[in-house]
Ligand binder design. Structure first.
Ligand SMILES: NC(=O)c1ccc[n+]([C@@H]2O[C@H](COP(=O)([O-])OP(=O)(O)OC[C@H]3O[C@@H](n4cnc5c(N)ncnc54)[C@H](OP(=O)(O)O)[C@@H]3O)[C@@H](O)[C@H]2O)c1
Length: 435
C-alpha cells in the first residue's frame, strides 16, 4: 500500500514490445512532468517479458520472465498489460486484480471478450481497469464514452478503426494496386504483421467495435455478436467503379441502434465521397458518433504506433495514480442494459453495389434485374463495361447494379439464383452502401 502522499506510485508492466517500450521511455523521459501531474513520482518497478536476456532499446528497466515478480510485488499499485493476445494476458490481469492492483491495458482482444466482467470484478475490490489504448491507439475515444457523452442516446457509430486495412485500401484505391501487392507493401512498411489475418479479416475491427458498442449503447456486446467480412475480396475495379459513382470504400465498423435491435457489422462499405469518413487515408483511423444531444462528431488520428499508444497508456496511469492518492478509487462503470436485442444481419436494410462478371450477350441485365425485381429489389442505376480482360483469362462484360434500399436476406437469396446463371461466370463483389 502507498501510505504517504510523497511516496512514489509503483508501476509493473507485462510486455516490452512496441507499446511497452514506448511506455517505458515515456515514464523515464517525462518523469518530471508525470510526477508533477500526479503530485508524486511514478516509478516503473519491473517488466515481464518472454526473454529477459535479449538486447532491448530501452535501458535501465528491470526485466523478469516470472509473472509473480510483477503481479505479486507489493511495491506495485498499477499493472500495465501490453503483452497482447487473450491468454495468458487475461489470466495475469485477473491475478493482478486479486492481488489488489489497478489495471491499465491496451489489449482489445481481452477487453472485447472479457472487459465488462473484468471491470465489474475489479470494481467489487475497489479497483479500476483503464483501457483507452485498446481502441484507436492514442485517439481519445474510450474516455469520451465513459464521461463526456454519457448524457446522449447514441444512435450510431461508424468507424474506420484498423489502420492496416485502411492503408491497404488506400493503396488499392489511389495507386490501383491489387490486394496482394497492397498487402505486401503494407508488410514491407511494417504496417501489417507477417500473419495479417486478424486485420484483413476484420477480426481486430470487430474487437474494437465490441468495446465501443458496449460503451456507446450500454449493452454487453461480444465479438461473436458482430457480423464480419474482410477486405480480401475487393478488386481494383471496385475502387474504379466506386470513384465513378462518387464513393470511397473503407472497411467500416458499424454499430446502429434501430427500433428492431442493435446492428453490429464490420465489412467494406461505400461511403459518399464528400463525407468525413471518405477522407480518412493511409494508417489514419476515425470514429464517427451520432448522439441525440451532441449531433455528429468525429474522432480522428493515428490509431497505432509506440508514440500514440503510449500517450493513451501513460494518461491512464496518470489518471489512476492521481486517484490512488485521493481516497478510495471510484471505478468508472455505467451499468449495461440486459434488454437490448441484437438485429440479425439478414434483417438489415441498406443499398447495395453488385458487380457481376458476365458473358457479353444480350439480355443479361434484364435477366438479373428480373431476379432482383422478384424480391422487391429495385435498381437505381446500372453500369456496363464491355470487353473487360480478366485476370483468369478471356474477355467478359462487367455489369454493376446499384440498388435502392433492400433487405439483406432478399439480396442474398437473389445472389444465390444469379450465381446459378450460366451467363454469369463470377459474382465480383457485393458491397453495402452506407449513405
Ligand atoms: N502496436 C501498436 O501500435 C498497438 C496499438 C494499440 C494497441 N496495441 C496493443 O498493445 C498490446 C501490445 O502490442 P505490441 O505491438 O507492443 O506487441 P509486441 O511488440 O509483440 O510486444 C509484446 C511484448 O509482450 C511480451 N510477451 C508476449 N507474450 C508473453 C508471455 N506469454 N510472457 C511474457 N511476456 C510476453 C513480449 O516479450 P519479448 O519481448 O521477450 O518477446 C513483448 O515484450 C497488444 O494487445 C496490442 O493489440 C498495440
Amino acid at each position: 500500500m502507498v501510505n504517504s502522499m510523497t511516496e512514489a506510485v509503483g508501476v509493473g508492466m507485462l510486455g516490452l514490445g512496441v507499446v511497452g517500450s514506448g511506455v517505458a521511455r515515456a515514464l523515464r523521459d517525462k518523469a518530471a512532468t508525470i510526477g508533477q501531474r500526479v503530485g508524486r513520482p511514478v516509478e516503473l518497478r519491473g517488466v515481464l517479458v518472454r526473454d529477459p536476456e535479449r538486447q532491448r532499446d530501452v535501458e535501465g528497466v528491470s526485466l523478469t520472465r516470472d509473472p509473480r515478480a510483477v503481479l505479486d510485488d507489493p511495491r506495485v499499485q498499477i499493472v500495465v498489460e501490453v503483452m497482447g493476445g487473450e491468454e495468458p494476458a487475461h489470466a495475469y490481469i485477473r491475478r493482478a486484480i486479486s492481488a489488489g492492483k489497478h489495471i491499465v491495458t491496451a489489449n482489445k482482444e481481452v477487453m472485447a471478450k472479457h472487459g465488462p466482467e473484468i471491470v465489474s470484478d475489479a470494481a467489487r475490490c475497489g479497483l479500476d481497469v483503464a483501457y483507452e489504448a485498446s481502441v484507436g491507439g492514442g485517439i481519445p475515444v474510450i474516455g469520451p464514452f465513459k464521461l463526456d457523452l454519457l448524457a446522449n442516446d447514441i444512435s450510431s457509430l461508424s468507424a474506420i478503426i484498423n489502420g492496416t486495412t485502411n492503408y491497404i485500401i488506400t493503396r488499392m484505391s489511389q495507386a490501383g494496386l491489387d490486394f496482394g501487392s497492397a498487402l505486401r507493401e503494407a508488410q514491407d512498411a511494417g504496417y501489417a504483421e507477417a500473419d495479417p489475418r486478424n486485420d484483413i479479416e476484420g477480426i481486430d475491427a470487430a474487437y474494437k467495435l465490441s468495446i465501443l458498442a458496449t460503451l456507446a449503447f450500454h449493452a454487453r456486446v461480444h465479438p461473436n455478436d458482430v457480423y464480419r467480412e474482410g477486405i480480401g475480396g475487393l478488386e481494383p475495379s471496385d475502387f474504379r467503379y466506386a470513384r465513378e459513382l462518387g464513393y470511397a470504400t473503407p472497411l467500416l465498423a458499424i454499430g446502429k441502434r434501430e427500433p428492431e435491435g442493435l446492428e453490429l457489422r464490420v465489412h467494406p462499405a461505400f461511403v459518399p465521397r464528400g463525407s468525413m469518413l471518405a477522407n480518412v487515408d493511409g494508417v489514419f483511423t476515425a470514429v464517427q458518433v451520432e448522439g441525440d444531444l451532441i449531433g455528429r462528431i468525429l474522432f480522428y488520428g493515428r490509431g497505432a504506433g509506440a508514440g500514440p499508444t503510449s500517450s493513451a497508456v501513460v494518461a491512464d496511469v496518470i489518471d489512476l495514480a492521481q486517484r490512488i492518492g485521493a481516497g478510495p478509487v471510484r471505478p468508472s462503470l455505467a451499468p449495461t442494459d440486459a434488454n437490448i436485442r441484437l438485429r440479425a444481419v439478414s434483417d438489415v436494410r441498406t443499398r447495395y453495389y453488385l458487380r457481376l462478371v458476365s458473358a457479353d450477350r444480350p439480355g443479361v441485365i434484364a435477366t438479373v434485374a428480373g431476379i432482383l425485381g422478384e424480391r422487391s429489389i429495385s435498381l437505381s442505376s446500372v453500369l456496363q463495361k464491355e470487353d473487360v480482360p480478366l485476370e483468369e483469362g478471356g474477355r467478359y462484360a462487367e455489369i454493376v447494379f446499384m440498388t435502392h434500399h433492400a433487405q439483406e436476406a432478399a439480396v442474398q437469396e437473389a445472389l444465390e439464383q444469379i450465381r446459378r446463371l450460366e451467363v454469369v461466370p463470377r459474382i465480383g463483389s457485393l458491397i453495402r452502401v452506407e449513405d
